[in-house]
Design a protein around this ligand. Sequence first.
Ligand code: NDP
Length: 447
Amino acid sequence: MITNRVEDIIPMVMAHNPDQPEFLQAVTEVVGSIQPFLRQNPSYLKANILDRITEPDRVISFRVSWFDDEGDIQVNRGYRVQFNNAIGPYKGGLRFHPSVNVSILKFLGFEQIFKNALTGLPMGGGKGGANFDPKGKSDNEIMRFCQAFMNGLANFIGADVDVPAGDIGVGSREIGYLYGQYKKIRGPFEGVLTGKPLIFGGSQIRAEATGYGLIYFVVEMLKVRDDSLAGKSIAISGSGNVAQYAAEKAIELGGKVLTLSDSSGTIYDPAGIDAEKLAWVMELKNERRGRIREYAEHFDVEYYEGARPWQIGRYDIALPCATQNELDGEDAEALVENGTFLVAEGANMPSTPEAIKVFHKKKILYGLGKAANAGGVAVSGLEMSQNSMRLSWSREEVDRRLKNIMVDIHNQCVEYGTQGNYINYVDGANIAGFIKVADAMIAQGAV
Ligand code: NDP
């Protein structure tokens, strides 16, 4: 069906993907925000870009069978969604979490198309993962799972084809095991995964990139109102990769980080989480793989079982860095009521559509994930460049490039999203990303 009327695209995507709520949420957000632009530029409708861009190139699904420590065979389902490679090889993370399904991976892959375009680097959009729960698994079980997962994936990826990275449940340990198995199966020592440890092709700043990039983006948002991070109170959700490095950079720039969380609950530290306490959290989460509740016991602060940070205290800035749909309309109302004037997303799609409506209605600064958290994939792109050149850039060099990319993404949001005296970052990011990918698709013909 040719959908050259913009109103037709959402019903069509709904009809084609009836059981994929997260994917529909992501498509609705993008299509909703680029509608006026499309009406003014009907050539994109004529080329049927919306119909084409909402259908992945392919969705690969495979069985992952692995031995647990008791010698029993466990079975999980692995996936790779190769969404769009109009501007470069498919690129996007792997998520290991029991909630993983096609809808979640399609939403993430779809978002990734526009995010990657915003970085200015040649990367298409993809995402993958498995409905595997790494919690409580031994190191050997994690290794055997990663090897079995790569057995199913290896033939579909490659340095010029599709380059996965980490996401929830996949950090440098998992990337190491996946990389070892890829090499065993396929042979070449090539940059087929990013987020690798430094000793075999990883990039400086990759681990820090999403969190640091988020704070660089926040700094740009604050500059718009001649403000800075110094002295601002900050709520951060999550305590994984993105949350840890967002906290690190925010503390370095003088912010006061009051909260961290995990899927069990939230800690609130009124004195602020300083560099020393954060180092303790990193050891807790990355080495001992413990729960955030232990912070409350260790530092004698409040722990809120089952709660998210948004309604616990008063914050100038809120940075959701855990997972999708973790901040709803009620949370948004409470935040704004309590004086929050800036929300920027380290996670992908953490704010529900109702929450976004509140932010826009109240005209607070709202930086959506596909712009604000693009630092991770940007440094992944820089890791690909270094691997291709067989060179390693210094920490300063990568950090400088990351900062420039985040400033550039902010500029694109300002260019396409300024509406009177308000910057609508959602419209800005979606339009800027869409133009690049759609123009490439048109130039490459009806493929
Ligand atoms: P990690 O696995 O390192 O950390 C995830 C954190 O979020 C953990 O604290 C985890 O708690 C919490 N969390 C996960 N699922 C839920 C849930 N359903 N409810 C409440 N808390 C939850 O992942 P990352 O830090 O890498 O990723 C966090 C977010 O950032 C994701 O949305 C990801 O897509 C996004 N992102 C990540 C990038 C990266 O480079 N890593 C790049 C761009 C975006 P627990 O341990 O209890 O599960």
